[in-house]
Ligand binder design. Sequence first.
Ligand SMILES: [Zn+2]
Length: 437
Amino acid sequence: MSAGLHFINVRLPHREDHRLYELKAEGGKWVSIRRQDCFLDAGDSSASRLIVPYQAGSDLKRLADADCIDLRGGIMLPGLVDCHMHLDKAFSLVQVPNRSGTLQEAIHNYSQAVQSFSKEQLAERMLTAARMALSYGTTTVRSHLDFPVHLGREVAFRTIEAALEVREKLKGSMAIQYALMVPFRGNHEAADEAVEEALRMGIDVLGGAPHLADDPEREIGRVFRMAERFGVPVDLHADESDDPGRRTVLSIAEHTICCGYQGRVTADHLCSLSAMTEKDAQHVMAKMKEAGLNAVTLPAVNLYLQGREDRGLVRRGTTRIRELLAEGIPLAAASDNIQDPFHPFGRGDLIQIAQITSYAAHMGSERDLAQLLRMITDIPAGIIGCEGYEIEEGHACNFVVTDAADVTQLLSGTKMSRWVYACGGWQSALHAAQTYA
Ligand SMILES: [Zn+2]
């Protein structure tokens, strides 16, 4: 546990006031957050060990030893929250190609290959992906996990065991939740037993992709029944399709209301919402709002996978980002897949995801940029239930600092350095090879 933290000349974009702040923490908690009247000159500081940001050699030890850190106007964000990853699939592209680039081939090829992955290989890839995300400022993750019981219990539980080992290994660095992809193929009874066992082992949330099942309605009912029985939240892939007729989210909303699960259910992707008429989309969003659903957009993956049948004007494939926000539905942006058959790129960098969201949804005004930041911080934190999340006195220190002076610089990538603090200590100090004015 760090003895104390002292920062000067910090910008806190969540306060939307463009002012400079001085922050102090003791015993891992913020004890003072004070607005400065002017830019403090680091030379006047009484601190004997002072660090200015991003100078050569600002490694973790120097950060931990510093009496005072002068951010020189750089911004501090609460630790980023990636509420939809697939850590178990990350970096599998080398073994699992996807020649057509479609969602269907990705699902097919991955399920063919998953049997050949050892637990050690899975754990190693997951660890790499999680640590990479941490280095870019993500301190909390919700990862979905494949659970192909129809390929045999041993295959299915290999992923779960690897995931739990990774969480244990990283518990001093970051927080990880797991959502199980409830299988809809094969024998339901055997699958349900396996799901129950996975929950007992420490899986937090029930998920899945019921829109891909032969009978989505039945599968959604099944997931909710189990979720209610075990008292866990629900987080479902929903309508990841260009077909405007795909509306499983309506059924998800109905079940949410029936179970009294408002606020505890998340619908991810919602691509078909963009393909619908305005009237139909309004109807769907009103139902989502009524049910208190949360939503997650995964713009990198949807831009890559969707619209494959279109010619000429190709649809973007992302959901109605602006409209969902306008409706007041909590909408987060997240990474989804990283260098696997579903998405050949990505690095678990939510700042990059915010930038891609901006392109996908035409969001660039000052107000939009503030909204984009919220979509990778407090909105996903609320969705997955992080307590005491904001940078406020009394809250635990969990933050990322950057050399960017504002969100435009941050999203443009002209300032790329990130220092990450979570779980009572400095976790990562990433330096850009070169930053520009
Ligand atoms: Zn996903």
